[in-house]
Each structure stands twice: as C-alpha cells, then as structure tokens.
Design a protein around this ligand. Structure first.
Ligand code: NAD
Ligand code: TYD
Length: 339
C-alpha cells in the first residue's frame, strides 16, 4: 500500500510516519508538507534515506499539487493544518485557507481518483464542557469556540458532505490533546518544558483550572491505524487519553520534573474565549476497533521531558525565525498583562 501523509513534517504527522514505517514496513509512505513554521524536516531526518519513504514539498492550498500527489497513492491520511489556537486568534485567515479550503482540495482529489481518506480532527470542534458534563462522544453536537476549532469543524462537515453527496470513502477521528516528541514549542507542554530548561517562567493563562484530556501521540497513531484497518466508511471515531488534567496540575508536574519550584509559575491574562474543559469518551473506538490508550501520563510525560532535554538544539531552532515574531506579539503581551 502507498500512503500519503499530509502535514507529515509536523508534530503528530512525523510521529505517525515513524510509527507507520515501523509497524507496516512493506508500505510506501509519502509525506506531503508545505513546511510552514510548524513543519520541520529534522523530524524525519532519520528516515530520509529509507527507500520506502519520500518527501514532497507541497501546499494543500495548491490544487494541482494536491491532485498530483493524491493520484499516486492508495490512501490519504490528512493531518496538514494550522493548529495553534492562539495563532488563530491573532490571524484567522490562514486557518480558513489551509484547514477549510485546503481540505476541499484533498476531498476533490480523493473524489476524482477514488482514493480512501482518513481525516484527522480534534475534540475542540465540540466546544467546552462544564465540570458536570459527560465527556464528548461521536454524537455530541458541534459547538466550536475558536477560529481554529471552527475551521476544523468546517473541514469535518465538508468530509461528511462529500461522503453523503459523492460517496467518497472516508473516515474521521476527533482526538484529544496530544503530547510527545517533536511537538512545536508553542503548545503548553513543550513550551513549558523549554522555558523551564532555559530558566524562564511559564505563563499559565487565567486561573489554570482549564482541563485538557492528554493522550500520548503514539496512542493516537495506533488509533488511526486501527481505523484504517477496521473502520466503517463514513464513520467518526473519538480518540482520547481518558486522562483529564487541570493546566495548573500539569504545570506543577512539569515544574517538578524539571527540578524547579513554584516561583517559575506566572499567572497571566487569560486566552480570549478560552475553552474550560475537553474530555473524550472513547467507548466506540474501544468496542468497534479494540482501541484504547496504552501509555500512562506519568510514563509519557517523563519520556517527553527526556526527549526535549536531549534535543535542546531542535527546540532552539524551532524558537528562532518566524516564531520569534509570534512570541514577541503574543507571549510577551500575555506576560505584560498579569492578573
Ligand atoms: P503541527 O502544527 O505540529 O503540524 C502541522 C503540519 O502541517 C506542519 O508540518 C505544517 O508544515 C503542515 N502544514 C500546514 N499548512 C499546510 C499546508 N497549507 N499545506 C501542507 N502542509 C501544511 O500540527 P499537529 O499538532 O501535528 O496536528 C496535526 C493534525 O492533528 C491537525 O489536523 C490538528 O488539527 C490535529 N490534532 C492535533 C491535536 C494536538 O494536540 N496537537 C489534537 C487533535 C487533533
Ligand atoms: P494548547 O497547548 O495551546 O492546546 P489547546 O488550546 O489546543 O488545548 O493549550 C493547552 C491548554 O494550556 C489551554 O487550556 C491553554 C493553556 N495554555 C497556557 O495556560 N499557557 C500557555 O502558554 C499555553 C500555550 C497554553
């Protein structure tokens, strides 16, 4: 089988490619990625000479490039997206272009060539839970609250519309917050690890009582693999870590793991429209695919911290260039506006 992984040079995509080449060595993997600030070929350096792997620099907003790439494979796993909520608050336009219009090109191409698609989405499309609410399921109504989650929700609706209207062969997964190696140091876990390694403070938004359901990235990859093997066309699968953690508790764990104390924690102005709680009920994936998360938060977090400690130059390179402009505009503004 030949599989096209869009966004394969990003965090989850690069972990997925490593996972796939290890678990399906007979398959050919093509990584299709525009190499935005979040895409990094260093993430795939160890496999660049693997004859079963090919990198194609391409943008999903470029219709011809998408058609050329999709034509040559059997299956498309579509990770490519703009993914950072804070960036979507600053500049929604690129999220609309990439996440919605880019996905339309993927859909048109899989429709044209009759290919199988798995579309990667997020639990953020369901909006925010109250403390007493049950976790999200596949039946939860969409209620996205940020420009990022609204763009992902739109892309999910388009996938379903193409299944319903044109009969394309597609599945969707809505996964909770991932963590692990190669995560760009703007999201909370790698940002806080890298700040603590550099002796800087960590900016906790608002009261820090927001809840995220953390899943180790390899568990996500295994879920996608099982959906490709056993999933029913047109169906959606919720994947989660079964691991609800308050941001402040996560922060304290990271502070401990990095050998620092609470003086490193700085409460800053809240994110506008900040979703309070996400959590996933993965019963459908467990019952129909035999999937459940296997990596405990303790093991996964320790493994992640060790990876960042061993890859400080990777972090430093991520934090240069475009990131610096973003950091100046956003984080320093947040830090300047403490409670
Ligand atoms: P990321 O930001 O680390 O990587 C995104 C990748 O997509 C990068 O390699 C980037 O270069 C590429 N890309 C961006 N725009 C592109 C374009 N126009 N054409 C081609 N490539 C482009 O993101 P991630 O955290 O790895 O997320 C991957 C997918 O998983 C996204 O669809 C995201 O919505 C979804 N997701 C992420 C999480 C999470 O916790 N990170 C959770 C659930 C779902
Ligand atoms: P993030 O990693 O951006 O993922 P998402 O918004 O997609 O869930 O943020 C995770 C949580 O951490 C979210 O509640 C916002 C919070 N957060 C901070 O408190 N400080 C930070 O510097 C960042 C980046 C996030």
């Amino acid at each position: 089988m030949k599989i096209l992984v869009t966004g394969g040079a990003g965090f989850i995509g690069s972990n997925f490619i490593h996972y796939w080449l290890q678990t399906h060595p007979q398959d050919d993997v093509v990584c299709f990625d525009a190499l935005t600030y979040a895409g990094n070929l260093e993430n795939l350096k160890d496999i660049e000479n693997n004859p079963k792997y090919l990198f194609v620099k391409g943008d999903i907003t470029d219709r011809d490039a998408v058609f050329d790439a999709v034509k040559q494979v059997d299956v498309v796993v579509h990770f490519a997206a703009e993914t950072h909520v804070d960036r979507s608050i600053m500049d929604p336009g690129i999220f609309i272009r990439t996440n919605i219009m880019g996905t339309q090109h993927i859909l048109d191409a899989v429709k044209e060539y009759g290919k199988r698609l798995h579309h990667i989405s997020t639990d953020e499309v369901f909006g925010s839970l109250k403390p007493e609410d049950p976790p999200f399921t596949e039946k939860t109504a969409y209620d996205p609250q940020s420009p990022y989650s609204a763009s992902k929700a739109a892309s999910d609706h388009l996938v379903r519309a193409y299944v319903n209207t044109y009969g394309i062969q597609a599945t969707i997964s809505n996964c909770s917050n991932n963590y692990g190696p190669y995560m760009f140091p703007e999201k909370i876990i790698p940002l806080f690890i890298s700040n603590l390694m550099e002796g800087k403070k960590v900016p906790v938004y608002g009261d820090g009582h927001q809840v995220r359901d953390w899943i180790f990235v390899d568990d996500h990859s295994r879920g996608v693999d099982l959906i490709l093997q056993k999933g029913t066309m047109g169906e959606t699968y919720c994947l989660g870590g079964g691991n609800e953690v308050k941001n402040i508790d996560l922060t304290k764990k990271l502070v401990d793991l990095l050998g620092k104390d609470d003086a490193s924690i700085e409460f800053v102005k809240d994110r506008p429209g900040h979703d309070r709680r996400y959590a996933i009920d993965y019963a459908k994936a467990k019952e129909t695919l035999g999937w459940e998360p296997l990596v405990t938060f303790e093991d996964g977090l320790l493994q992640t911290v060790e990876w960042y400690k061993a890859n400080q130059e990777w972090v430093a390179r991520c934090k240069s260039g475009d990131y610096q402009t973003y950091y100046d505009e956003w984080y320093e503004n947040q830090l300047a506006m403490k409670h």
